[in-house]
Design a protein around this ligand. Sequence first.
Ligand code: NAD
Ligand code: MG
Length: 298
Amino acid sequence: MSDQYTLQDPTTRYPKPDDSWKRYQEGPGVEQRQHPKPDAGETTYRGTGRLTGRKAVVTGADSGIGRAVAIAFAREGADVVLSYLPEEEADATEVVRLIEEAGRKAVAFPGDLKDEAYCELLVRRAVDELGGIDVLANVGGKQQTQESIQDISTEQFDETMKTNVYALFWTCRAALRHMGPGSTIINTSSIQAYSPSPTLIDYASTKAQINAFSKALAGSVASQGIRVNVVAPGPIWTPLQQAGGQPTEALADFGTQTPLGRPGQPAELAAAYVFLASQESSYVTGETLNVNGGMPTP
Ligand code: NAD
Ligand code: MG
């Protein structure tokens, strides 16, 4: 298969959805049960040493965008601590194998991002087992569609806030105790921060918070030589979508509203995180990089 350095037509590089995409699985979605299988770069991402020797923590590293980021980071030369839920062990095992095949160290550390103590321990794992932390990629997140605000339980609202916002606060705060000049944090927002869907009220609001949180934090740590940026994906084909992230019926049209006319694949996000993690982006901080198939953003 061709890699990200091969000239290709972006409108036809990956498939458009059809009725066979309309499947549902209980959350958390698992890549191994997803049809069709997403491309997280397993056979398509080629590294060129852009992150040689870096020590990275990636949340949501088992599947979807986080999986693509973990694979890319390792192939660019980084050692990686992987965060994911215990139920996702099978997906995570594959990523560990791919990182080791890239000749890098993988440290699997499952746990619940809604738990402050786990977020602290996650950073501690990098310090203990990789010898420090200089890249934090917060990719894990919760997205559960609901017809109306009446269908959003307080429990769901709380879980979405805890997973998407509190975890970010906890992991960033812990990581910054150890990070030195040149270190980078990359958080994951969404097109939902600018064009919120009526069916994603709680989720969309967390994504707007992530943008503001990251810009404020970027200003606060800039003088220490630490950069904080955001990647804002559009519709990307990941397990979360078949696990209640979208109404199942809507999956047959998923991503077709974008100017490029198709959903994105996780592998297409990886280079954005690599750029923001690497020295190539040394004058970029407080920025949001939109990877969304061409949908206009402010
Ligand atoms: P995904 O389901 O593959 O990844 C989400 C990951 O979050 C899971 O693998 C899981 O490991 C982790 N997670 C969720 N709750 C957790 C918890 N309580 N504790 C620990 N880990 C937890 O789906 P994805 O689409 O790759 O999602 C990655 C990020 O991308 C999310 O932040 C999501 O909001 C964002 N995003 C996705 C899209 C899209 O269309 N797929 C669009 C915009 C933004
Ligand atoms: Mg997963």
